[in-house]
Design a protein around this ligand. Sequence first.
Ligand code: ARG
Length: 586
Amino acid sequence: MKEILQQIKEEVVAGFVACGYDEKYGMVSLSNRPDLCQFQCNGALAAAKEYKKAPIAIATEVAQKLSGNEMFAKCEACPPGFLNIDLSDEFLAKFVSEMASDKDRFGVEKVSNPKKIMIDYGGPNVAKPLHVGHLRSAIIGESIKRTARFMGDEVIGDVHLGDWGLQMGLIITELKLRKPELVYFDENYDGEYPSEPPFTISELEEIYPCASGKSKEDEAYKEAAMTATYELQHGRKGYQALLSHILNVSVSDLKRNYEKLDVTFDLWKGESDAQPYIPDMVQKMKDDGFAYISEGALVVDVKEETDTKEVPPCMILKSDGASLYNTTDLATLVWRMQDYNPDSVIYVVDKRQELYFTQVFRCAKKTGIVPADKNLYFVGFGTMNGKDGKPFKTRQGGVMRLEYLLKEVEDKMLEKIKENGTMSDEEAEKTASVVALSAIKYGDLSNQASKDYIFDIDRFTSNEGNTGPYILYTIVRCKSILNKAKDVDALATILPAHSDSEKALHLELTKFMAALSSAYEDMAPHKICAYIYDLANAFNRFYHDTKILAEEDQTRKASYLKLLTLTRDILEQSIDLLGFKAPERM
Ligand code: ARG
């Protein structure tokens, strides 16, 4: 369907043209004085200069031309030269009806030029527990992915595991200390390695922080870990076998955690998958004259004349020949282009890595790893802070693990649900976990991604205000009325609004298309949140001053129920794009 603003604009443009003015003056926007009108056109003010006429005279002419147009209830010229526009109730109702009859898409058309997009999000580090820092990437990335898919793009999500750094060497070193008898440490061993991992996930999670702590105090220990990392990266067989165990054990744990978050990845590639591409990539950079030695390290210059801040060279290899985070990201782009050839790659990463990604992107383009016509986007997010304004921690001051955070929010929701006391324990628990996820995700996504935000469990779990549970509450309210109504006529038409609150609800529904396309274009899930919050408010106002089930006029009642169905469906579609679901009851 054509967006409502577009439809209005076409009429207004026709009005300007019919009066002899250029079509460019027919621009229409949402009114910035909703108390006066729904839409406005400021074109007469701009046209005044070109046509040397008073703006109000132009506006009056156009308003007269448009009078009698069935789309408008009002189109009036207001000093100094605005056109104030209200849609007719009939047009609004017809538009909303049309949305309702477009099952599953509610008027939203797919993009005409779908793209292939790869999205790099999640970014957990193997063997380290998932913590809240990784939460944002997963939540935001998942929503961007779902939205782009809904708009018709082909989207491939890649978790991009951190599985290649010193953390692997640290684990190996600690394990060697604890269980030196394991065959993985015997350099002369050339048999098959056991298929059972020599540790469980809880052991692994205990080993890493222990090793990391030791390495900070003990120089020799750190040295050993670095050597182990080097040996692992240079093909030592026993260590590589250990790496696969670490990976397997970690990945199944990560999958379990992401499943709880309703986040899924198409690819489970990691930094280690990029390693085979490094030698050729580096050689080519040298051959093409892009990479040169500076202070022992191999670098590529990436500064540009227009830079206002210094952009240091992109380091490709350290002076000892070791590869870095950069090298891995560049080599990852090599296989992404070779194997998938996406039109664009989107990275959803902590905004503190922005400069780093500027370097990587420029280097990738400059050296031809990524062709000039492809797009690389960085979606940087801010920090999730505690109520004290500092990065979110546990009560004991440690790094908060994702599982514990989820559990805390679930418990809080469960408590609330039990207070109401109408559900079985089993249903209460299920509902609590569904609602908790909405609290966490909406709490995150309703902020512009690049901003820091405060994780306020009391606010996020509240049924009132701009929260996930409030949205779910609204959906559940629609569902409950529809359930009570029993026979809902799917073919009923939506009648012109009977009251101001009903009209306001119609108007809010018409904005769905615009909200989605701007959330999609700007990769900005917060725009979906802002939209559904307005929609939920409009619906609740309508609900409070309308007797729906008690309505005696059956056609009107059917129209109300149809309106409820559309509201519910749009809200549910929207939260699906945000990555959570609504329960049947709350
Ligand atoms: N593992 C990284 C971290 O924890 C995030 C990875 C982001 N993605 C990337 N392609 N570098 O900071």
